[in-house]
Design a protein around this ligand. Structure first.
Ligand SMILES: [Mn+2]
Length: 426
């Protein structure tokens, strides 16, 4: 399945006048305020977010899973789905694979398919939170942190295998998220678990190709509900430092306790040059994996404000790897991802409008009210015409979701794959 550029173009023509009118209005206003609008639009056009291969099917909870018709049943179909999202949004120029769910059979063919959609391969993800068919040892009581050396070896070997697969596809980074931890007090020795994890990560790090990065993700709870070995950014930061300069912390928006100040974490990590990857989602209670920006759009904006500041002022920090990490229990997954991408771009655009010079002056003068006004002024701006302009410039849709529906993409997918196809993964 491939979306015909011509079809997008035709839909765009129908609302082009409206777009031009709203764009001119906002562009004039911003120009008067000293903002280089073209510069902002170009940054939006360049901003690309990886789509994880496991977010293309209906997600589920431990209570059940409600399938969604026309789900991608193969890696090829997953790449096609990301291709469709990218054609419409021009913001999803990469896919992030999860091994062993997405092991390619024919590497050349897979690379050619991705290239035909203008999609690259972002970070590869290892999986030691489930037992795999071809393994002999169980991760029930942990993987990289396990007290059993043979189990740790198996987990390290799996990560090394993931690096090899990613390398053949052109990936440049490995993301490690550990489910390791304890469900009950006294179950594990905190110090030994951390020590073993450190050692295992160092072994994986030793297998990284020269131009690769290792991203260490953290999470305070779940699936273990008493403790997790890598519970917070500080633990991840410490482990990354012990590994070396190619190891970084990865921030996932859903992996914090309620009301954690994530923008401050982002700022600290970027100042130290250690923010490597970033996972987008939204939540109300915990790791809810909701559509980005659906619950706390202002918090997302404040986080982007810290990210933009870091990207402009912290050359010691590499350009972060962006990915959506969400689950779609009851929505069409592709529609949900389109909504997420729109929310990400919106928050990014608003952060780009923050008058950093004025903010700095207001901070110097202890003008607390002005500081807040500067942030809120940027956040209250309707930036959607800027997003449309960026998409139009790259050949995407003015209105991705509307176009997705009017082109009947889901109907085509169901016709092609059937009503009962199930995506591999969670
Ligand atoms: Mn994540």
């Amino acid at each position: 399945m491939k979306i015909d550029k011509q079809h997008i173009e035709e839909r765009n023509q129908q609302s082009l006048d409206d777009h031009l009118e709203s764009f001119d209005y906002i562009a004039n206003r911003l120009t008067k305020n000293g903002i280089e609008v073209e510069n902002v639009v170009q940054k939006l056009a360049d901003f690309q977010v990886a789509i994880p291969s496991w977010a293309l099917g209906a997600g589920g909870t431990r209570f059940g899973r409600f399938g969604f018709q026309g789900e991608p049943g193969t890696l090829e179909q997953k790449i096609d789905d990301v291709g469709a999202i990218h054609a419409l949004t021009q913001t999803a120029g990469a896919i992030s694979l999860h091994i062993p769910w997405d092991v390619p059979k024919d590497y050349t063919a897979i690379k050619e398919l991705a290239q035909s959609h203008q999609i690259s391969f972002d970070a590869v993800n290892s999986n030691t939170f489930q037992d795999q068919k071809n393994t002999t040892k169980s991760y029930k009581f942990g993987s990289l942190s396990n007290i059993d050396e043979a189990i740790r070896e198996q987990a390290v070997e799996h990560n090394n295998e993931v690096i090899k697969i990613g390398n053949k596809l052109g990936s440049k980074s490995l993301t490690v998220w550990l489910a390791d931890g304890a469900s009950f007090p006294g179950q594990t020795n905190f110090q030994s678990a951390l020590k073993q994890t450190q050692k295992s990560l160092q072994e994986i790090y030793a297998s990284l190709p020269e131009d690769w990065k290792l991203f260490i993700e953290y999470k305070p709870y779940e699936p273990n509900f008493y403790s997790t070995v890598i519970q917070d950014w500080g633990t991840s930061f410490m482990l990354a430092n012990e590994c070396g300069e190619k190891a970084y912390t990865l921030v996932d928006l859903g992996h914090h306790l309620p009301n954690t100040n994530i923008e401050q974490i982002v700022s600290t990590l970027m100042m130290k040059g250690k923010l490597g990857g970033f996972h987008f989602n939204d939540s109300k209670y915990g790791d809810d994996d909701l559509t980005v920006g659906s619950v706390k759009p202002y918090a997302l904006f404040l986080i982007f404000n810290a990210l933009v500041y870091g990207m402009e002022n912290n050359p010691q920090n590499p350009y972060p790897a962006w990915m959506i990490d969400a689950s779609h229990n009851i929505k069409d997954p592709l529609e949900d991802i389109i909504q997420s991408l729109e929310a990400i771009q919106e928050a990014y655009a608003k952060a780009l409008l923050v008058d950093q010079k004025a903010l700095n002056e207001a901070q110097q003068n202890h003008d607390v009210v002005k500081c807040q006004e500067i942030l809120q002024d940027a956040h209250r701006t309707d930036v959607r015409p800027l997003l449309q302009k960026a998409r139009l410039q790259n050949g995407g849709a003015l209105h991705p979701l509307k176009t997705y529906r009017s082109l009947g993409i889901r109907k085509q997918l169901v016709a092609e794959r059937g009503a009962n196809s199930v995506a591999t993964g969670l």
